[in-house]
Ligand binder design. Sequence first.
Ligand code: ATP
Length: 641
Amino acid sequence: MNKKTKTPQQQSQAQNQQINQPSPMMQPMSLQSGPSPSQPDTSVLDESGGESVKVALRIRPMNQLEQGRGDEQCIKAISDSNCQLYYKGVAKQFRFNAVLDERCTQQEVFMKCNIQELLDAALDGYSATIFAYGQTGSGKTYTISGVEERLAREKYISDDSEGIIPRATRYLWQIMAQRAEQFYVKASFTEIYNEQLRDLLNPASGILHCRWNLQNGFFVEDLMIVECTSYSDIQAVLHEGMRNRKQGSHELNKDSSRSHSILTAYLIGEQNIDGQIVKRYGKFSFVDLAGSERLKESKSQGDMIKETGNINKSLFTLGKVIKSLSDKKNKLPYIPYRDSKLTMLLMDSLGGTAKALMIACVSPSAAYYEETLSTINYATSTMNIQNKPVISMGEKDQIIYNLTRERDLLKMENQYLREQLQRYTNGLPIEIPNFNDKNGQKKQLPPLPSRPISHNQILNSQQNGFDQQVNPNNSKIDLPVNKILHEYQMEINKLKQENDELRNARDVSVKNYHIVMNENNALQLKLENLEQIFIGNPITKGDHDKSKIQEEYMSSALLIENSDLKKKVASLEEKNMELAQIARKNLSGKSSDPNDLHEIVQLKQTNNQLQQRVEFLQARERDLLEQIMRLQRQPKAYAGF
Ligand SMILES: Nc1ncnc2c1ncn2[C@@H]1O[C@H](COP(=O)(O)OP(=O)(O)OP(=O)(O)O)[C@@H](O)[C@H]1O
């Protein structure tokens, strides 16, 4: 780890620059090739690109104190996402994105909270935050970092007890080595102690200030940001910070954290897109909050009483922020972010542009029922907070990025439409295109745009076109870049035109499909009706047995006069409808996707066959009617009936 001490002014400037522009002295990481383990983005997005803050509840095992007292359990997991809280024989159920019970290992926490997905997003340029919330001694530090005293030791040896930070950073380095971009990583570690900001990597710098600017929002001025060129560098950051973090010992936790800590990894990715270097500025923050406590329970003494007061005060403000963001009915006139340092620094993660995960930690003991209920209420409100995650990048890069994304999406869709139409013309079955290249490797889909887009938005953008046309006279963009942007725009316009034509051709085919489908249904119904008339009287060509026809006619005539017949006819019609539906399904095969154009070819063939059968039956019907008419003209034929 390279530690650099700067004058406060230099640091302030460097901070803003460093986050956005890696210093030329920084060594790019060596990249190796390998399969990309990147996962699909499974975040649920609303139409406006919003995404709720995810919440996992972790129940730690009973500790020695609780076991020794013979405490009863007040909370238990009943599924992967539900838990029950008991109080005086009454059980209340709560649902979270994940519920992790006392048997859940650290590795399972990492997997079940889908932390890899958040890390992938941070590498794509998003800001992501994981924060642990809960009563003192509930397992926040254990979850976020691991066993505190082990992490602070000079020689740290990794084991199963290690928490999210070591696992996440190790994952980051594995994935960075496999991705096509070049990454630069920096890290900072700060704590809020007694409502004052301190640098855990440079404690000598004293009390730091929280500032705000347009580019970064709230940030810690003069905070040391160190370059990390390897996993061991960031491990050293964790070790150094844990060593310097304010700790205290009280009745409920011998290693109680007396401060809120924030370890941030800045991930700057550089990607070459068609000869243009596009930069993205991802960020990952691991927040370990100090635990709330009741002085009566913790029996805190001396300075710790003041610390507890400050901890509880900032957590109270956090609660107000969460409440005002989540409770839409009782909205406060403003969100009280500025009421504490903690909420200022978490502004982006709560109701902002970051992806966020809260891990709410609780003790299972009934002795802390009230604290557990309070944590659950906070956690439940937090799930209602909507963030709007965005990728962070420069304006020029952003435009290029969005244009290439638009172009690639159009190319993909046009290729698919072309394939469909080609196959339809050749009468071949339609295949869903796979996105594998010739070597069987999964093709990388174009990266996400700055604002994640929903499927509808993709469709809309393809239907409505690229609304924000690039203005070639944009003075902020230099000339060569401007030319490139113009070329992109032209290419997109061409693709859009082709897309419109292909879509029209597809629409015509879909229309045909529906016409043929309806025709077939009508024919099928007709066929069923005709066949019903001849139930029990198989129709064979050349059947000229007159006496048989007479019988048929007479029994039919009587039936028609019978009032019960109407009911029978009605039920037969119902049956026919069912049969027609079954026939329809059989006709259309397994898929009823109107886009599946091959279906139309098959349907047309079936349609011809049905037409022939119906024509035959109609001829047969005419024949019978003629014979009936003839019989009517011979009254003797009825006499004996
Ligand atoms: N899931 C768990 N499995 C095993 N031990 C745990 C678990 N969770 C917590 N512990 C242990 O319980 C003790 C308290 O946990 P921890 O220090 O993480 O609590 P905390 O919520 O961070 O408390 P504080 O707010 O006081 O800092 C530690 O000794 C920790 O190792």
